[in-house]
Design a protein around this ligand. Structure first.
Ligand SMILES: [Zn+2]
Length: 379
């Protein structure tokens, strides 16, 4: 029997050590090691993703359990190279499922989980770590998340650094579990639609429905590789879902075209809608960068204010997983300058809506965003 392991909980932001029975000690040690490694290298690999305060907080949170593991003599070998996932690339070796159905599949976000449910159908039992209204950029895995990941038959995540605080963990898990980034295919093919901003990949690919549709096709191939005996079924399921997404893509195109051309400007809290803007021909501006962890550049905010006033754009939008104060203050400064811009409503930038709501599924979430944008900008 392996000794009990210690892991950290980050949900409430306080240092908390929890006993997690049944978690393989060596893997837990590696995971904690990776977290510690990441603290020292985070600014190097992705300067826009973390603040000094966050680094200090993470350091305090990781150091104690890591030292405990070392003192327990469990060994902390094989710290991963965090650069290896910079473009969503994992190093999963070919693994084949050999257990009983349904396969346990653990996913990072709701939209990835829905993709796996639709493609995997009756052969999978899917759960998502990041729930509705929770920001995946800021999300750190809890002890129970680590247990769910370690207990999974397969793991799927977005990649492209969306899960900034879990990315190294996924790379580590890929050594022992079938672990896939759903964006691996579009990265490997160097898809021209992929967007880069100041050297960082934009992870919000699901906002271009046609691009997400291609990820669905790739996921069918990944599941088929892992569970070859049902590969054909996965392909059929994927094509049924892709048909729905093709219709959804056309819907977005038709609806956004209804906005008067000079008002097709989408201003939100962070730069999550770049793919949406390119796909559906609307200019996009985020107060923060492509991670919600980025700081607001005040000069950039002034430029956005000037553009709203000059183009007489009637509305700006808040995001479900980000506090509305950044957008509220932009509205106030525009009003103080004489332009009565309004808060056009809430968009789902990074997470699906609450369970039971119309936006709790991918298509519903996209339709909600499109309707909210069209309504507010057409007035
Ligand atoms: Zn985001």
């Amino acid at each position: 029997m392996p000794p009990d392991c210690l892991a950290t909980s980050s949900t409430d932001g306080r240092l908390a050590r929890r006993r997690t029975t049944g978690l393989p000690a060596a893997l837990a040690a590696e995971i904690i090691c990776v977290s510690l490694f990441k603290v020292s290298s985070y600014n190097h690999i992705a300067p826009g993703y973390s603040s000094t305060m966050t680094l200090c907080h993470r350091f305090n949170r990781c150091l104690v359990p890591c030292l405990v593991i070392v003192l327990l003599g469990l060994g902390v070998a094989g710290c991963g190279d965090p650069d290896s996932h910079m473009r969503g690339e994992t190093t999963h070796s070919a693994k084949t499922f050999a257990g009983s159905y349904p396969m346990k599949v653990t996913c990072s976000t709701g939209q990835v989980a829905e993709m796996l449910e639709r493609v995997g159908g009756e052969y999978v039992q899917v759960e998502a770590l990041v729930g509705p209204g929770i920001d995946p950029h800021m999300y750190g895995p809890t002890a129970s998340d680590v247990e769910r990941l370690v207990g999974a038959d397969a793991i799927f995540y977005n990649g492209l650094h969306l899960e900034g605080r879990m990315a190294d963990l996924f790379v580590q898990l890929a050594r022992k579990r079938a672990t896939y980034a759903v964006t691996e295919g579009i990265v490997a093919r160097k898809d021209k639609r992929l967007r880069e901003l100041e050297g960082l990949d934009d992870p919000h690919v699901w906002h271009d429905v046609a691009l997400w549709k291609d990820c669905v096709h790739d996921v069918a191939a990944m599941l088929g590789e892992f569970d070859p005996q049902h590969a054909r079924q996965y392909d059929e399921n994927a094509h049924a879902y892709m048909g729905e997404l093709a219709e959804l893509d056309q819907y977005c195109r038709n609806e956004i075209a209804k906005i008067p051309e000079n008002r097709r400007v989408l201003v939100t809290a962070h730069d999550a809608f770049g793919y949406f803007g390119t796909a559906y021909e609307i200019e996009v501006f985020g107060l923060k960068g492509i991670s919600s962890e980025d700081e607001i550049d005040l000069a950039h905010q002034d430029d956005i204010k000037a553009l709203l006033i000059e183009r007489r754009i009637p509305a700006v939008f808040v995001e479900s997983a980000i506090a509305p104060r950044t957008i509220d203050s932009l509205v106030e400064t525009c009003r103080a300058a004489g332009w009565d811009v309004v808060n056009g409503g809430e968009l789902y930038a990074d997470a699906l809506g609450e369970a039971g709501s119309k936006s709790s599924n991918y298509a519903g979430m996209i339709r909600h965003n499109v309707q909210t944008i069209v309504q507010a900008l057409s007035k």
